[in-house]
Design a protein around this ligand. Structure first.
Ligand code: FES
Length: 103
């Protein structure tokens, strides 16, 4: 597993969510309660994008059919999704945001 620099904290001065690609995987970086989280931008219900979904508290709502996922754990919270979404370890070095992934 390797840490990859994917964004800076300055990217979140005006935005709460940023989409990045790492090894062809689309990932959402989300700034929430002064922490950062990385989740795969892929709903486990029917493969929809989670980007564009509303964020309520620490939950993101799939824009297609309304499944809710916990941003901090990836847990599927409501039907029609039953499988958790993938999350990625994330750390900050200076103002660089790094996520850990297989090379
Ligand atoms: S694709 Fe996300 S709830 Fe159906």
């Amino acid at each position: 597993m390797t840490w990859y620099p994917v964004a800076t904290t300055n990217d979140f001065i005006t935005e709460r969510v940023k989409t990045i690609f790492l090894h062809d995987v689309k990932i959402l970086l989300i700034h929430l309660n002064n922490r950062y989280y990385a989740i795969e931008d892929l709903c486990t219900h029917d493969g929809g994008d989670l980007s564009g979904g509303e964020i309520e508290g620490n939950e993101i709502i799939c824009p297609r059919h309304g499944a809710r996922f916990c941003i901090t754990t990836g847990e599927a919270l409501t039907p029609p999704a039953y499988e958790d979404i993938e999350t990625f370890p994330l750390k900050i070095e200076g103002d660089i945001i790094l996520i850990e992934s297989e090379g």
